[in-house]
Design a protein around this ligand. Structure first.
Ligand code: NDP
Ligand code: VSD
Length: 335
């Protein structure tokens, strides 16, 4: 009798895992198919995270348009992206435009690209930059640069395409924010402000588009080893470096792949790493949930997470105090 039971249970488990594996395989393959021959546009696609998202989209058969200002970087990035194409029918294009510049130029440029490449299935906002430093140390010029390139560029680019995508009745829009949109970080005051703003923008856009068949994904990368990241290291206070590295450093390939995967899954939050996922649970606020598992985690874990956050805040306070003391000691030694 026991042998029969054992055989029945074992075959039941095997059958269940086979069905599960088939569903998951079909699910992901189906998702990969949904970009086959479809038009994907990536702003900031000539470098870093945006370029990696464009590469991933090319690998699964999408027609890809990348958008940035510098033509040389656009051309070399497009050659790299073409090299990843799935078939010879795919089309590739680049647009050189300042997304924070004249809105009518942005709108006309995008309309021409859609005429050439077809209706948009996925629109990724990935243009942006970080300039680090305490508020008294960063110039008004750098403040305006972050507001323009992180916030105005995303608002203008999205405004230029949202109505047409709503009329089409399908597609996804990605807003690339940062973990700094959940946590104001020493030395990233203005940058965090632009990224917090993008969170509100994404939540409102999600409400405005959900009844038109569109999905919005808010990408929340941690430190990512891109040319932009290398550039921000130049002025980055030690406090900013030590606090940010709590959420680890990832490659743009890892981050780009995760953002595309979460977008195709229809997730609102796209996060990577242990801290990133914890923050999407503890800081969910009024964001839409995309799975009941996610909702259950948020409902039952947010309270206790507050204690974990307080612990992290105490470690950040220690970092800031120690850096201040070390700086003062260095100054005294010099005098
Ligand atoms: N790297 C990181 O640690 C993290 C990055 N992020 C965010 O991810 C996004 C990409 O970052 P990352 O890959 O590091 O950046 P990179 O500097 O590597 O790439 C930025 C891209 O945006 C383009 N761009 C910038 N401003 C404009 C503009 N006004 N109009 C058109 N294109 C523009 C740049 O091209 P060009 O200069 O030629 O215009 C480039 O293609 C940014 O929004 C950043 O804030 C979020 C968290 C962490
Ligand atoms: C339960 C909750 C756990 C709490 C974990 C706390 C971790 C917070 C760290 C903040 C990381 C900010 C990274 C910003 C990256 C970025 O955008 C810059 N590279 C600029 O580009």
């Amino acid at each position: 009798m026991d042998h029969i039971m054992f055989a029945l249970i074992t075959s039941g488990i095997l059958a269940l895992s086979f069905v599960l594996a088939t569903i998951l395989k079909y699910k992901f393959t189906a998702k990969k198919k949904c970009l086959l021959g479809r038009h994907v546009m990536v702003t900031g696609g000539s470098s870093g995270i945006g370029k990696c998202i464009a590469l991933e989209a090319a690998k699964i058969g999408a027609n890809v348009t990348i958008v940035a200002r510098n033509k040389n970087r656009l051309r070399s990035a497009l050659e790299e992206i073409k090299g990843q194409c799935l078939n010879n029918d795919q089309k590739f294009n680049y647009l050189s435009v300042d997304l924070a510049g004249d809105y009518n130029v942005v709108k006309t440029t995008f309309n021409n690209a859609v005429d050439d490449m077809g209706p948009l299935c996925l629109f990724v906002n990935c243009a942006g930059l970080a300039i680090c430093g305490t508020l008294e140390d960063i110039s008004i010029n750098d403040i305006m640069k972050m507001i323009n390139n992180n916030l105005i560029s995303t608002i203008q680019a999205t405004k230029a395409i949202v109505n047409e995508m709503k009329q089409n009745g399908y597609g996804s829009i990605v807003i690339t924010s940062s973990l700094a949109s959940f946590c104001g970080v020493y030395g990233l005051s203005v940058y965090s402000a632009t990224k917090f703003a993008l969170r509100g923008f994404a939540e409102a856009l999600s409400m405005e588009t959900k009844n038109f068949g569109l999905k919005v994904t808010l990408a929340l990368p941690p430190d990512t080893d891109t040319p932009g990241y290398a550039n921000e290291l130049k002025d980055k206070p030690l406090e900013t470096l030590l606090i940010s590295e709590t959420a680890k450093l990832f490659t743009p390939e890892e981050v780009g792949r995760k953002i595309l995967q979460d977008t195709l899954d229809g997730c609102f939050f796209s996060a990577i790493g242990f801290e990133g996922h914890l923050m999407t649970i503890s800081c969910s606020g009024m964001a839409p949930f995309t799975s009941y598992l996610e909702l259950i985690c948020q409902v039952f874990c947010t309270g206790i997470m507050r204690l974990i956050i307080v612990y992290y805040q105490s470690t950040f306070d220690k970092i800031i105090k120690k850096c201040k003391l070390d700086r003062e000691q260095l100054k005294n030694n010099k005098t």
